[in-house]
Unconditional design. Structure first.
Length: 267
């Protein structure tokens, strides 16, 4: 391994140590209680930062062999930092949330959420942010134009929602009653991304085989393997015409040699 490659691996490992072991909430990332996070989600979060924009899942997986003593565990498309006293990720804590938190909502389910609230059935935690910027940053990973929703935590708590603090930036909640969600009015056409019309590719005409013109073969030498397949698509008259014209064609260098011999230019 070159010195340059080794340096790249060490820089990436340093960034991952900070994210996974110190402040995942700073990147809008939530680890499970054992410190694991989905590798794909981690890559998306890393690519939002200039220093780690070109990082891929493959590059992260390469750290396992590139580092002498890798501090990471990677399995089943997820990753975590090996627990050490030096790196302890934030824990879920029962701390009172501020009155307002923010949620970056996808456009597609926005109307349903506004009417019924959000109640995950798979035990999934809903990630809320202290700032609108962080909420939109997280929402942008699932929708290029997320809708910013304000969450009144007092109303939500009064209707049975349970909040957990996660680091300095995030809160996790098990459900969001509709009465606690305050989002902007949005037109129906703005909720769904416009459907792209099913059009043929620009080079479609070139991809569709067309019947060849007999005129296109006159200036070309006869190629038995290729031209037998081409001639089968022509009419009998056109096939005879091509063969006849091809038969008249002479090889240039032989004709020139004959002319020179006749003129006595070559013995």
């Amino acid at each position: 391994m070159t010195q340059k490659s080794r340096q790249k691996h060490e820089n990436l490992a340093r960034s991952l140590k900070y994210l996974l072991g110190k402040s995942p909430d700073e990147f809008g990332v939530v680890l499970d209680p054992e410190g694991w996070v989905d590798l794909k989600s981690l890559v998306i979060a890393l690519q939002e930062n200039r220093e780690t924009k070109g990082v891929s899942a493959t590059r992260i997986a390469d750290l396992d062999w590139a580092l002498e003593d890798s501090p990471f565990e990677i399995e089943a498309k997820r990753i975590r930092l090996k627990p050490t006293p030096e790196f302890i990720p934030p824990m879920r804590e029962y701390l009172p949330p501020p009155t307002l938190l923010y949620y970056g909502c996808r456009r597609k389910p926005y109307r349903v959420y506004s009417e019924k609230g959000i109640e995950p059935t798979d035990g999934r935690e809903i990630v809320l942010a202290r700032t609108p910027e962080m909420a939109l940053r997280i929402g942008n990973r699932r929708d290029p134009k997320p809708i910013l929703v304000e969450i009144n935590t007092e109303i939500a708590a009064s209707q049975g929602a349970h909040f957990l603090s996660y680091g300095a930036q995030l809160f996790l909640v098990d459900r969001l009653p509709k009465d606690a969600m305050f989002g902007p009015p949005v037109k129906e056409e703005d909720l769904l991304p416009p459907k792209k019309p099913k059009t043929k590719p620009k080079d479609y005409e070139e991809l569709v085989p067309t019947a060849p013109s007999p005129d296109s073969f006159y200036s070309q030498p006869w190629d038995p393997g290729k031209d037998r397949l081409v001639l089968r698509d022509l009419s009998v008259e056109d096939e005879e015409r091509v063969r006849r014209e091809r038969g008249k064609k002479k090889v240039g260098w032989k004709d020139e040699l004959r002319k020179r011999r006749r003129r006595g230019e070559e013995e």
